[in-house]
Design a protein. Structure first.
Length: 225
């Protein structure tokens, strides 16, 4: 069993002068759920190499048991430092794909033709696609074989407008995940802000926020089993 994990290569938080990237918890929690179950993983990003980490995800309030374990794991940090280029991977070599969030994906992966084609290929091959927090934003331009938005008519969730407002970035991000999912015809719902909330609809698994990353990975693992 092998899962592809796709991370952002984007590090600039709009025009704020601050840094962004992927959110550590959203990689670390799924990483160990997969690893401890004996599932192989390949980490990929648009540019390859070390993807940028959102510095706020390393602050004490954002740390978890999984993030501490990851940062102390020489093998895991080496794997992260050497992500493969996204344009070099094919869905045929994997059983599923998992997208951690952080704000970075809204700038690069949402527009990345390789990411879009890859998700479409996983769906066409009847393989599950899981995305958490801001990562459901990368579904914006993903289509069904009939050319309709992939999320149209699907039960989906993702980072809420109120959560984005809570971190003060409503006017910084290129688009709001909740608004985009609704605009593309997704049947959007949410749980309490900052609590775990995960939805499954067919091959699509979406989680609302960082707290949802472990549950989303567990749902994906159960699906693969």
């Amino acid at each position: 069993m092998k899962v592809l994990i796709v991370l952002t290569s984007h590090s600039e938080l709009g025009n704020t002068g601050r840094k962004t990237g992927f959110w550590l918890e959203e990689l670390a929690a799924p990483y160990y759920i997969f690893k401890d179950a004996g599932v192989g993983m390949v980490l990929a990003s648009p540019e390859g190499g070390q993807p940028p980490l959102d510095p706020k995800s390393k602050e004490p309030a954002s740390q978890t048991e999984a993030t501490h374990r990851f940062e102390a794991d020489v093998e895991a940090t080496a794997q992260l430092a050497a992500t493969v280029r996204l344009d070099s991977v094919q869905q045929a070599n994997f059983d599923a794909v998992f997208y951690p969030g952080g704000h970075g994906p809204l700038w690069d992966l949402a527009n990345d033709k390789h990411s879009i084609a890859l998700i479409e290929a996983f769906i066409a091959a009847n393989k599950p696609v899981a995305l958490v927090c801001h990562a459901p934003g990368v579904l914006r331009d993903v289509k069904t074989p009939a050319g309709r938005p992939l999320v149209e008519g699907k039960q989906v969730t993702g980072f809420t407008n109120t959560e984005e407002d809570g971190v003060g970035l409503t006017d910084v991000v290129p688009f709001l995940v909740e608004d985009m999912l609704k605009a593309n015809g997704g049947v959007y719902s949410k749980g309490a802000d900052w609590g775990s909330y995960v939805l499954t609809d067919g091959l699509l698994i979406t989680g609302q926020n960082p707290a949802s990353s472990a549950e989303a990975a567990a749902v994906l693992l159960k699906r693969l089993a």
